[in-house]
Design a binder for this molecule. Structure first.
Ligand code: PEP
Ligand code: MG
Length: 762
């Protein structure tokens, strides 16, 4: 057995070394130092570190002593490839007496590896996350012992945390310096909405942390020139500083007023209240009043603003209510605005017209805000994007890109970004070739589709209905432009989730009336509130839930809060007077729920009648079919409801147990899974048997294969995002019902996803 120098010493030294990593100029210097240290302590001829590159899914050699330095960055292995790749894939150490005898041994030219026979590879991992592999090599066969394996494992586990931290810190440094080696990088993710966007990166969450903002020095203000000394607190200076603060405050209020004034009327439902919260804070004596008090005691104005905002941020960020956390962003926003105005900076964040926003999280109200401030696109890191964020960004026509790739965390401020939602790619500082190939696409998208067919008719003359899914009043214009056959789904929760309070019956009545005024005689289907779980409005006093998708949401929320439900139902009935009104309940899981909701509507009809109100006393009442439970009891629901609409977005999620918002399981979210196709057919057959009106309002219908399948099982009514309506109408012209029937029959008989994919797209 080879006794090496004291391995325990080495572990301590490695941790010492890594604790100073922030003094290193780069991660590569840190790794190089580590390989030298480990090689020396373990008396190995070679020590190398490979890191796992998430975007290419490869192990890349990042540092080595013993192998050719030119191989750094060039040697790349897939997990499972070579001995190093096996250690990575199987997350276990691999020790070989003679590496060349292992069938997996991979020979690389020109790296001088062949002379080393003994091989020890240990994965660097943290939990389930694969960070890389550390390897040792030696000329003498069978050189490494079990003790060496144990020592290298201990080192690897220390390295895991340090490398992860240093990657984060380095990315932070890159952000602060606005630099980094981030050129011509492409990042994979999920694009939402249609189109491409180009602009400079604006780091949203971190940017609003005031430590990232370089302000002009106070001395540049002539009046305050004599007051720069921190100890200087004579009366005259204090008065000047209070005056400077009051001026910044007034300016901030004027800016907010202007922002609100400029909000388009068709956005008043979602945008109306957003800046009001800021107004109220600025007027609040506990907030700005406290800042003024501090200035009176001799604290400089900028410091006063920072101290008070940081107190509020600390209090609010401790709350586990998402709505309160949202206030943290409001406060940081105000801090930024006040400080910028205090220092006479033009308040550029009010205008993101040249920017693509990069954020780790965003609330619906902020999404509306950055859109109003003309952002070109939004890049979000990590999971946890609520369905509402993606739906809302589509309504606003704001290209959204979500990714789990950590590289987005190191995008430098102002880096040039090119976002292609169609190909699910984000380019950072793209090359000239990529940039110019997108230039035509970006300008072509701004042209409007003028020739949308009036009706959707199949090649054999069957007329279909293609209605619009709308989320905010603004969408009605898009629905009219694409000649939708009415509104097939109004997601009524948006005014609830982006404002600071539940809208009253009167407010809702006015909103709903405006939709009817715009849409005229066409049919309009209002879905009652679908909030709860991850879609909770900020002001709700409900606690966050461990399993929000399985929590207190949809119709459960409405039945649990009859006062809120009642306000909404009354507003819908009143606004629907003289119109073709349909009301649909979301997330129905039992006949009992449907009947309870229906009873509440009937009670309100009676109440409105006795009030002598003008209202619609015979709305059609429908059930949304989006849970596997609803599919199982479809016969009962079909007989009880006036109509049904299939919400494939959730039906797929709940049937396949695949979170629709989770980037990591995206490939498993398959609308054509046999379980989904059979569920759809079962629903369609039942509706046909009972003569119950049926539509599909989930996105699956916008997929050509799924659209043909749905036609084949007898579905004739669809509702989709206005963006997709032109292509659906045109696609219908190429379908015949008889072909679609045969197509659907074959698909339902298929046993596996693979078989269906072959017949849909093969
Ligand atoms: C659905 O679930 O398919 C649907 C249309 O509703 P939402 O996307 O609002 O959940
Ligand atoms: Mg749904």
């Amino acid at each position: 057995m080879n006794i090496k120098r004291d391995n325990i010493d080495l572990i301590v030294s490695a941790s010492e070394l890594t604790s100073v990593f922030d003094k290193k100029s780069s991660l590569s210097t840190l790794l190089q130092d580590i390989t030298e240290m480990v090689a020396e302590h373990m008396s190995a001829d070679v020590c190398s570190i490979y890191l796992f590159d998430e975007s290419s899914q490869e192990l890349v050699l990042r540092a080595t002593v013993g192998l050719s330095p030119s191989s750094i960055g060039k040697v790349r292995l897939k997990p499972g490839e070579g001995i190093t790749g096996i250690a990575m894939k199987e997350l276990r150490p691999v020790r070989e007496a003679r590496a060349s005898a292992n069938p997996a041994y991979k020979f690389f030219k020109n790296i001088d590896e062949e002379k080393y026979e003994a091989f020890l590879a240990v994965p660097i991992k943290k939990g389930l996350s694969r960070i890389g592999v550390i390897t040792l090599q030696h000329k003498q066969p069978d050189y490494f012992s079990r003790r060496d394996t144990a020592a290298l494992k201990a080192i690897a586990s220390q390295l895991a945390a340090s490398i992860e931290n240093s990657q984060l810190l380095m990315s932070l440094k890159a952000k602060k310096s606005g630099g980094g080696e981030c050129t011509n990088v492409s990042i994979k993710g999920t694009g939402i909405g249609m189109g491409t966007a180009a602009g400079a990166a604006y780091l949203f969450n971190s940017r609003r942390d005031s430590s990232f903002i370089a302000y002009k020095n106070l001395t540049e203000d002539d009046d305050l020139e004599g007051c720069v000394d921190p100890d200087d607190s004579d009366e005259e200076c204090l008065d000047l500083e209070v005056a400077a603060f009051d001026k910044a405050l007034e300016l901030s209020m004027n800016q907010l007023e202007e922002l609100q004034y400029n909000i388009d009327d068709s956005l008043s439902d979602v945008a109306g209240m957003i800046f009001t919260a800021h107004f109220l804070m600025l007027r609040d004596d506990n907030f700005t009043g406290e800042m003024r008090n501090l200035i009176h005691t001799g604290i400089k104005p900028d410091e006063a603003v920072r101290r008070i905002t940081s107190q509020y941020v600390q209090i609010f960020s401790k709350s586990d209510l998402p709505g309160i956390q949202e206030k943290v962003q409001d406060i940081k926003d105000l801090e930024h605005r006040l400080l910028a105005n205090l220092y006479g900076e033009s308040f550029e964040s009010a205008d993101y017209s040249a920017n693509i926003i990069v954020a780790e999280e965003i609330f619906p109200s902020e999404l509306v805000k950055i859109w109003l401030q003309k952002a070109r696109g939004l890049v979000l890191y990590g999971g946890g994007v609520t369905a509402h964020i993606s739906i809302l960004s589509r309504s606003l026509g704001l290209p959204l890109f979500m990714t789990d790739d950590r590289q987005v965390l190191s995008i430098p401020e102002h880096a040039e970004l090119l976002l292609d939602t169609g190909s699910d790619i984000l380019y950072v500082n793209p090359s000239d070739v990529i940039r110019s190939s997108y230039q035509t696409a970006v300008s072509a998208e701004s042209s409007v589709d003028e020739n949308v067919p009036e009706k959707a008719v199949t090649a054999d003359g069957t007329e279909l209905k293609v209605q619009a899914n709308i989320n905010i009043i603004h969408d009605v214009d898009a629905a009219l432009r694409v000649k939708a056959d009415g509104i097939g789904l109004y997601r009524s929760e948006f005014p609830f989730i982006v404002r600071n309070e539940f809208p009253s019956e009167e407010e809702q009545y006015r909103l709903y009336s405006r939709i009817f005024t715009k849409i005229g005689d066409a049919e309009c289907l209002f879905r009652t509130l679908d909030i709860g779980g991850d879609k909770m409005p900020g002001y709700s006093s409900l606690k966050a839930e461990a399993n929000p998708f399985l929590g207190f949401r949809g119709i459960r929320f409405s039945l649990g809060y009859p006062e809120i439900f009642q306000d909404q139902i009354r507003a819908m009935l009143r606004a629907g007077a003289g119109h073709d009104l349909k009301i649909m309940f979301p997330m129905i899981s039992s006949l009992d729920e449907f009947l309870q909701a229906k009873a509440l509507v009937l009670d309100n009809i009676e109440a409105l009648r006795s009030d002598g109100a003008v209202f619609n006393d015979s709305p059609a009442l429908g059930a949304m079919i989006e849970l596997p439970a609803a599919v199982e009891i479809i016969a009962e629901l079909s007989r009880a409801a006036d109509f049904m609409s299939i919400g494939t977005n959730d039906l797929i999620m709940y049937t396949l147990a695949v979170d629709r918002t989770n980037e990591r399981v995206r490939d498993m979210y398959k609308p054509w899974h046999p379980a989904i196709l059979r569920s759809l057919r079962k629903i369609a057959l039942q509706a046909e048997t009972d003569g119950t009106e049926l539509s599909v309002c989930g996105e699956a219908a916008t997929d050509p294969g799924m659209f043909r399948f749905m036609l084949g099982i007898g579905i004739r009514k669809f509702s989709a995002d206005p963006l997709h309506i032109p292509e659906m109408k045109r696609f219908a012209e190429h379908c015949t019902i008889s072909d679609c029937r045969a197509f659907a029959e074959a698909a339902v008989a298929a046993e596996s996803v693979e078989q269906i994919e072959a017949s849909f797209y093969g």
